[in-house]
Design a protein around this ligand. Structure first.
Ligand code: OAD
Length: 249
């Protein structure tokens, strides 16, 4: 694909890069997004029935089974060329932080060295009452949907993800915000820019003077503010950007 003029130059002049990814980053691997009409998970399910602490308290089995189903699908998918391009891009900058809203580990599978998971990880389980991590071995060795928690007599295992109405782990958001306020370039890739506080990161970077590069086939509330808004898929845009960077080395 053709890249907008000035993009590779802006990247060549950058030392510190922050990348924020969302569900659209995983779409080309076969993981459904949340808000795309027709194919998005929230077009088929109601988040308040499946992705809140109240939903889990009301019906832990329904919530657990839904996440088990998503885990099964995530186990079957593999990173795509865009994930690999982000791994290669690390070497072009002195500082490169990847912050993701995705819970599927695809960036880690691709080989990204430092990934900040804003919304947790679907493969992990935690105690519903203490928030302490529960080993996968415990989950497979204990019956129940969900199994009981080893950490509290009345606790249950629950997915290790951040649900609506829950705060993000403080240290995680702090690190992401610090990177946003000091980066030269901030990428926003495959996110609808609707969910806070993740959506605030590119705006924080913009306020601190960073160049914003958005990659999304559909315009978002960030598009007008971004210096470069690429209406393309993550795989197409990122492979083109990596090729451009490599040519200019
Ligand atoms: P959304 O589903 O809200 O947005 C996905 C975005 O990806 C949309 O703007 C699409 O246009 C775009 N997209 C689709 N295919 C793409 C592709 N091949 N390449 C690039 N972009 C593409 O997902 P998020 O913004 O990640 O939270 O949603 C944020 C949070 O809301 C999620 O982390 C999740 C959800 O509820 C939790 O589970 C806590």
């Amino acid at each position: 694909m053709d890249l907008p003029g000035g993009l590779i130059t802006a990247l060549k002049n950058a030392d510190k890069v922050l990348v924020l990814t969302g569900a659209g980053m995983s779409a080309e691997s076969g993981v459904p997004t949340f808000r795309d009409a027709q194919t998005g998970l929230w077009a088929k399910y109601r988040p308040e029935d499946l992705a809140t602490p109240e939903a889990f308290a009301r019906n832990p089995q329904t919530v657990w089974d839904w996440y088990e189903d998503r885990r099964k699908k995530v186990r079957e998918v593999r990173p795509h060329a865009g994930h690999s391009a982000l791994v290669e891009m690390e070497q072009h900058f002195s500082s490169f932080l990847l912050v993701t809203q995705n819970v599927d580990s695809l960036h880690q599978q691709a080989g990204s060295s430092d990934v900040v998971e804003l919304h947790g990880n679907i493969m992990r389980s935690i105690c519903s009452l203490t928030g302490k991590a529960i080993d996968a071995d415990w989950i497979s060795a204990h019956p129940g949907r969900p199994p009981a928690s080893p950490h509290h007599a009345r606790g249950l295992a629950r997915p290790g993800v951040v649900w609506f109405g829950e705060a993000l782990p403080e240290h995680v958001m702090k690190r992401a915000l610090a990177a946003a306020s000091s980066c030269d370039v901030c990428f926003s890739i495959g996110t609808s820019s609707l969910v806070q506080p993740a959506a605030s990161l590119p705006f924080a970077a913009l306020s601190a003077g960073a160049v914003i590069v958005e990659i999304n086939p559909v315009p978002t509330s960030l598009s007008a503010a971004a210096q470069f808004s690429l209406q393309a898929t993550a795989a197409d845009a990122l492979t083109a950007i990596l090729a451009g960077l490599s040519r200019c080395r």
